[in-house]
Design a protein around this ligand. Structure first.
Ligand code: SF4
Length: 154
């Protein structure tokens, strides 16, 4: 049975989001994979040493910064490295990561202007995963993830 790396805020249990919100994924397929013990949760930002709640941060060029201009690239990088380490250690089939996050976003991220504007892009942890060859889905793309898993395990 292949494992799946997931954003910890989707996995649920511990509150890890920057705004301390609860975005636990309730889709029956996700819950089934959780029950089967397939899911490996990681919150890159908390692993990197950041607290919950924490200031909203966005990718700006090669850095990640808070709205007040504090450079948190080091913490985000530590978390991205850990996500990749876990993916490799567990030989995951793919990852399901929370959309729009500067760590976990896989299609869109905020544009670095802190004006609530998104652009096409990916979070730092997703960038690490994809650069190493791992496929990454957003939580809204479970149809595709389910199909991909079925193909792998056929
Ligand atoms: Fe969720 Fe990822 Fe943000 Fe952690 S870094 S709260 S796992 S989106």
């Amino acid at each position: 049975m292949r494992k799946i790396l997931v954003s910890e805020c989707l996995y649920g249990g511990r509150i890890v989001r920057y705004d301390a919100g609860d975005v636990t994924e309730k889709d029956p397929r996700f819950l089934k994979w959780k029950e089967e013990g397939r899911l490996i949760p990681i919150c890159p930002e908390v692993f990197g040493g950041l607290s919950t709640p924490r200031p909203d941060s966005q990718r700006i060029g090669d850095t990640v910064q808070t709205g007040a201009g504090v450079d948190v690239t080091k913490e985000y990088t530590l978390g991205a490295e850990e996500a990749l380490r876990l993916a490799k250690e567990n030989d995951v089939a793919f990852a399901i990561m929370k959309q729009d996050s500067p760590s976990c976003g896989s299609k869109f991220i905020y544009d670095g202007t802190f004006t609530d504007t998104k652009k096409e892009g990916q979070g730092l942890a997703v960038e690490y995963l994809r650069n190493a060859g791992f496929k990454v889905f957003a939580e809204e793309d479970l149809d595709e993830a389910e199909k991909f898993l079925a193909e792998i395990e056929a």
